[in-house]
Design a protein around this ligand. Sequence first.
Ligand code: G1P
Length: 290
Amino acid sequence: MSKPLRKVVFPVAGLGTRFLPATKVVAKEMLPVLDRPLIQYAVDEAVDAGADTLIFVTNRYKHAIADYFDKAYELEAKLEKKGKDELLALVQGTLPRNVRAIFVTQPEALGLGHAVLCAKPVVGDEPFGVVLPDDLIWNKGHGALRQMAELGDAEQAGVIAVEEVPHDQTDKYGIVDAERIDERSARIRFMVEKPKPADAPSNLAVVGRYVLPGRIFQLLEQTTPGAGGEIQLTDAIEALLKEQGKVLAYRFEGTRFDCGNKAGLVRATMHMAMQDPTLAPTVREFVSQL
Ligand code: G1P
């Protein structure tokens, strides 16, 4: 049995400008795919990986995520009084009882690497996960983070989720150059944040799942602003690679939806609706009419 990944960090301080005007008041992580907000899918994946401590790195204006995972006294009392047990279970089930949520603020938007560094006092010196809720990964079996945690524990190495993307989109992602080990895993030779297609070493892109050692925090502290003038997690992982010689790229089992943009959110919604036998016929009928 591999060791569970106890702590998982969710960088959720972003402004979600691609979804304005909704994100004037709704945190982008609270946008729903059917009846569950994006953050719930991310949390469920972390819990599936064994996490019992969830660290949300947020900003001082975003309270919705904390409210969502908090107890809803009035609502719960009303549902209980009316005997609406199923609804009550839904409301109470956003976070399992053994799991705690910790909120840390990122005082300035200095980049993903900086956001992860804000979780240092809570994570300490142990391997931890990072989940970017924009990337919704659906899988029938165990979630992507659990698959990665098992590999990371077996190999005693950091693990980064990757997926092939169209070559003209390398400037939207961290890109890795890696040497194949087997069908799913590869040893990273080097990685670079958002290279232009002409400079990209491959089209193997980092997607929003990471399993990292606590050592990354010291490396993040030394990381200077990189692509886009931001402190990049990719640059700290590249430093980890130079130091430890072994970080793995992992092609997870599952389907990823980039819910950081409208097309991805639509696809995720349709996909999830097709998984639901009460909704699938409606989607099929509607699509055939379009
Ligand atoms: C971040 C990372 C990038 C990664 C991407 C995955 O970029 O910096 O390496 O490929 O997430 O979604 P962002 O999308 O925050 O610009």
